[in-house]
Design a protein around this ligand. Structure first.
Ligand code: GLN
Length: 320
């Protein structure tokens, strides 16, 4: 067994008993998750996979989707046009906050909070909703390398209860940031959040970003390489919501979390890492996920600054 496999197994044993945190309840379907689910996956940029726990368990991707639709909007509109609509400034506020939107008016701070993500999704090109949805699914397919689908009950559940996101969309419309078809825009946003993935998929998606946008197995270019740095920059500064600063300090990995309990991290040129465990803290980040990433970063020198200072020993840990 490689050092990495041994370490992943020990992390699983160490944190499985940790049952702090709560299931997300504000989307009723998410409350049906099993609080014991726990998986860790690492996929290297050359396609080697290391897994432990419930790594084939399906869940909806939720906010982690924001990373990928941001990449798609960059391709569809270009960097400058997108920057005019959505900034790249961390907020320090909860992911669904309306406060800064009202203060700044017109331009949401960044694409990783809900306001910015809804504005980003509104920029995806296509002549009508089905075409936009199909283009989005096609984009996700390039990262996952198999057919993809949407969990209709989670989608309907969020559509029926997502009043806060609807309020954000109305504010964005009021400021002229998005077009008037807000129900169609929200549908596409809720659909992207309801994309079904497992932990292994997430690690593969992260490994694709780590590999300049090329899927490690299929070798398909999932996103143009010149946008990968933009994507990783906003993940690094804004991906963990109002924990982003502490995350950069303690973990130092460009990452994104979602309320269904996933966290995906990118180690440039080396690997993608994903953890899935649905118990989340008050900020919406997986409790076990945070611990696992902290330990992995410490153990193998995965902090971006460790990488640039030559203190990373990730490649050694792949050896037996
Ligand atoms: N943080 C999240 O994962 C939030 C995603 C959720 N669909 C929402 O928009 O509220």
């Amino acid at each position: 067994m490689s050092k990495l496999e041994i370490f992943l197994e020990s992390l699983y044993q160490k944190y499985q008993p940790l049952n702090h945190g709560k299931l997300a309840r504000y989307i009723p379907q998410l409350a049906k998750a099993n609080p014991d689910w726990f998986a860790i996956c690492v996929v290297t940029t050359d396609g080697r996979e290391f897994t432990v726990g419930d790594y084939t368990e399906n869940f909806t991707i939720q906010s982690i989707s924001k990373v990928f639709t941001y990449g798609m909007a960059l391709e569809d509109c270009g960097r400058d046009a997108l920057l005019e609509k959505v900034g790249v400034e961390p907020t320090g506020d909860p992911f669904d906050s309306v406060i800064r939107l009202d203060e700044n008016s017109k331009r949401p701070d960044n694409p990783m909070v809900n306001a910015g993500a809804i504005a980003t999704t509104s920029l995806i090109k296509g002549s009508e909703p089905t075409e936009r949805l199909n283009r989005m699914l096609e984009m996700f397919r390039r990262y996952i390398n198999r057919d993809v689908f949407i969990d209709v009950s989670v989608f309907m559940s969020e559509k029926a209860t997502g009043h806060r996101n609807r309020a954000l969309a109305n504010l964005l419309l009021n400021f002229g940031t998005i077009e008037p078809q807000i129900e169609a825009i929200l549908d596409l946003y809720f659909q992207q959040c309801a994309l079904v993935v497992n932990c292994q998929d997430l690690a593969m998606m992260a490994a694709t970003l780590a590999n300049s946008g090329i899927h490690p197995i299929s070798k398909v270019q999932a996103v143009q390489p010149n946008y990968v740095r933009d994507i990783l920059s906003v993940m690094y500064t804004c991906g963990m919501y109002n924990y982003a600063g502490e995350w950069a300090y303690r973990v130092g990995i460009p990452a994104k979390s979602g309320v269904s309990g996933g966290i995906m991290g990118v180690i440039p040129e080396r690997a993608g890492i994903a953890v899935f465990s649905p118990l989340i803290d008050a900020r919406g980040n997986s409790v076990r996920g945070l611990r696992v990433f902290e330990d992995l970063s410490q153990e193998f020198g995965l902090h971006l600054l460790d990488l640039s200072m030559g203190n990373c020993h990730f490649l050694d840990c792949l050896e037996s």
